[in-house]
Write a protein that binds this ligand. Structure first.
Ligand code: ADP
Ligand code: ASP
Ligand code: MG
Length: 493
C-alpha cells in the first residue's frame, strides 16, 4: 500500500486551519478614495487590513484612488465629444499615477510585473471604450458605467498586492462576480437573494483558506453579466450589500474624518464626532447630503441589525462613530445637521390646478417614471402650487417629462407653469429624540430669522426625526453655523 500519511496530515492540518478561520467573526471593511489616495495611504490601508485579519475573517471593499472616477467620467465626456486625444491623455495620466503607486508599494520585481500587466489590461479596455465612443460620438449609460468603473478595477489589485506585501494572503475580486443588480445603469439596485448566493459561493472558499478578498467597490452586474454601477459614492453601499450577503458581524467604513460629525466639517469647523447614532438618523443625514455615507448605505443592514462603524483611516486608533439600530440618546434631541446643495426646486402651478384633482398623482407618477429622487415636497393649502426638490442631475429630465405629461393642461392654461430653480439648498436638522420635544422648529426658524437667512419652504416628516428647510444656496454656510450654535452642538455630546 503506498504511504500517503504526509498528504493526509497536510489535509488534516488544512481542515483544522480552515475550522479555526471559520470560527473567527466576519468583518467587511471599506476604504474610500482618500484612504487609498496614494502609495502611503494604500500601505496604511493594507496595514489596517492585515492587523484586523489576525482576529477577524475580513472582506475589504475598495474605492478608486481619490479623484480617479471624476477623471474617468471626464475622459468619457471627451470621447463623446469626439475628442479621442483628450480621453487618451487622461488615461495616460491615470496609468502613470497607478504605476507610480505600484512601484513605491511593491519591491519585488516579479510581483510588480504581474500587477503592472493587470493594470495595463484594464487601461487597454478603457482606451478601447473611449475610442469606440469617440468614433460614434455617442456615450450610452452602459459604456459610461464601464468607463467609470475602471478606477476600482485598478485600485483593487494594487491594494491586494500591498496586503500580500504586508504579510497576509490577499486576492483581488471583481464585484461583477458578487453583486447582482437590475440594469439601471448609473444607479443600479442590488438583488439581494441572488447576491447572497453569488457572494457566498465566491468568497467563502477564500475566507476558509484565510485569504482576504479585496473587492472592487461601486460595481455590480446584471444577471446576464453586464457591468453596472451603484451610483456616485456607491462603495459604501457595496460594503453593506456584502455585509448583509455574508452575514457579517460588522461593517467598518474607513474614510478621512473621525466618524459621523454634527455637521460637514468643511462648512462648520466646530463640528464634533458623534460616538453613536441610530440607523434612522444616519440614513436621514446621508439622504440629505452628508457625503460621509452614500444614501442607500444602511438599507441592506437594517434587517439583520449589523452595526456599521465610520472610522478615520488616517487615525485608526480613534474609535469613530458606531451606527446601531437604536443609537444612543443625547439631551436636547438635535443630533446633527446636513445640507444638500446640488438640488433643484421644481414647481408645477397656476390657479387652474385647484380644479384638477389628479395633479399631485400625475406629478409624482411622472417623477417615479423617470426615477427622479424626490427629496422634499411642499404644497400650500390653496393648491396653487406644488413644489418639490430633486437632485440637480435629475431636474432636466423631470421637467421635460412633466411638460409632456401636462402638455394638454398647459395649452388650456389649467397648469400655468412648470419651472425650476437650481439656486437653492436644503438644510436638514436631524435627531430621533426631537420627537415629542416642542419648540425645535420655532427655535431653528427664529435663530435663522435673527441671522438674516430667508426661508423658501419648510417640511417635517411625520417621523419627526428630521426638520428640513429650503433656503437660497448662498446662505447654506450661515444657516448651518447658526443652527449648530443654537442647538449647542459644538459642546460635548
Ligand atoms: P470617502 O472617499 O472615504 O468615501 P467621502 O469624501 O465620500 O469619503 O466622505 C467623507 C467626507 O464627507 C468628509 O471628508 C466630510 O467632508 C464629508 N462630510 C459631510 N458631512 C459630514 C458629516 N456629517 N460627518 C462627517 N463627514 C461629513
Ligand atoms: N469611486 C466611486 C465614486 O467616486 C465610488 C466611491 O468612491 O464610493 O463615486
Ligand atoms: Mg464616499
Amino acid at each position: 500500500m503506498p504511504y500517503n500519511g504526509g498528504a493526509r496530515n497536510k489535509h488534516i492540518l488544512w481542515a483544522l486551519r480552515s475550522m479555526d478561520e471559520m470560527k473567527k467573526r466576519l468583518q467587511v471593511m471599506k476604504f474610500g478614495g482618500t484612504s487609498v489616495g496614494d502609495a502611503s495611504c494604500i500601505a496604511r490601508a493594507a496595514k489596517i487590513i492585515v492587523d484586523a485579519s489576525k482576529e477577524w475573517r475580513c472582506v475589504a471593499v475598495v474605492s478608486a484612488m481619490s479623484g480617479v472616477t471624476n477623471r474617468l467620467i471626464e475622459a468619457a465626456n471627451h470621447a463623446r465629444a469626439g475628442n479621442a486625444a483628450g480621453a487618451m491623455g487622461i488615461l495616460e495620466t491615470l496609468r502613470k499615477q497607478h504605476e507610480t503607486a505600484l512601484s513605491s508599494l511593491i519591491p519585488q520585481e516579479k510581483e510588480r510585473e504581474v500587477i503592472g500587466r493587470k493594470l495595463d489590461d484594464v487601461l487597454a479596455e478603457g482606451r478601447r471604450l473611449c475610442e469606440g465612443t469617440a468614433l460614434l460620438r455617442e456615450l450610452t449609460p452602459r459604456t459610461l458605467d464601464a468607463v467609470s468603473s475602471l478606477g476600482e478595477r485598478l485600485s483593487a489589485p494594487l491594494l491586494a498586492a500591498a496586503v500580500r506585501d504586508a504579510g497576509a494572503a490577499g486576492e483581488a475580486v471583481e464585484a461583477t462576480e458578487l453583486i447582482v443588480t437590475d440594469a439601471f445603469h448609473g444607479g443600479a439596485e442590488p438583488q439581494m437573494e441572488r447576491t447572497r448566493g453569488k457572494a457566498q459561493g465566491r468568497l467563502c472558499p477564500l475566507l476558509e483558506k484565510g485569504i482576504v478578498p479585496l473587492v472592487t467597490g461601486f460595481i455590480g452586474a446584471t444577471p446576464e453579466g453586464q457591468l453596472t454601477t451603484l451610483g456616485r459614492g456607491g462603495s459604501d453601499f457595496s460594503a453593506t450589500i456584502l455585509g448583509a450577503a455574508l452575514d457579517a458581524h460588522e461593517v467598518i467604513i474607513w474614510t478621512d474624518v473621525d466618524g459621523v460629525l454634527t455637521a460637514d466639517p468643511r462648512l462648520v469647523p466646530e463640528a464634533r464626532t458623534i460616538p453613536e447614532i441610530s440607523y434612522r438618523e444616519a440614513a436621514e443625514l446621508a439622504y440629505f447630503g452628508a457625503k460621509v455615507l452614500h444614501p442607500k448605505t444602511l438599507n441592506p443592514v437594517v434587517q439583520a441589525a449589523i452595526p456599521v462603524w465610520i472610522r478615520n483611516s488616517f487615525a485608526p486608533d480613534r474609535p469613530g462613530t458606531k451606527i446601531t439600530p437604536q443609537g444612543r440618546s443625547i439631551g436636547g434631541g438635535v443630533k446633527a445637521l446636513t445640507a444638500i446643495r446640488d438640488v433643484t426646486l421644481i414647481s408645477v402651478g397656476g390657479p387652474g390646478i385647484v380644479g384638477l384633482p389628479d395633479v399631485v398623482g400625475r406629478t409624482f407618477s411622472t417623477t417615479a417614471e423617470v426615477r427622479a429622487n424626490v427629496l422634499l415636497i411642499s404644497q400650500s393649502s390653496s393648491q396653487n402650487d406644488i413644489c418639490f426638490i430633486v437632485a440637480s442631475g435629475d431636474a432636466q429630465r423631470t421637467v421635460q417629462a412633466l411638460r409632456k405629461e401636462f402638455a394638454h393642461d398647459l395649452a388650456h392654461h389649467n397648469v400655468e407653469h412648470i419651472t425650476m430653480d437650481p439656486h437653492i439648498a436644503i438644510v436638514a436638522v436631524v435627531g430621533e429624540n426631537m420627537r415629542g420635544i416642542p419648540g425645535i422648529a420655532g427655535k431653528t426658524f427664529s435663530a435663522l430669522g435673527r441671522d438674516g437667512v430667508n426661508l423658501i419652504a419648510i417640511a417635517q416628516g411625520s417621523s419627526e426625526s428630521n426638520i428640513s428647510f429650503v433656503i437660497e444656496e448662498k446662505a447654506v454656510k450661515q444657516a448651518l453655523i447658526t443652527t449648530h450654535r443654537e442647538f449647542g452642538l459644538n459642546a460635548a455630546n
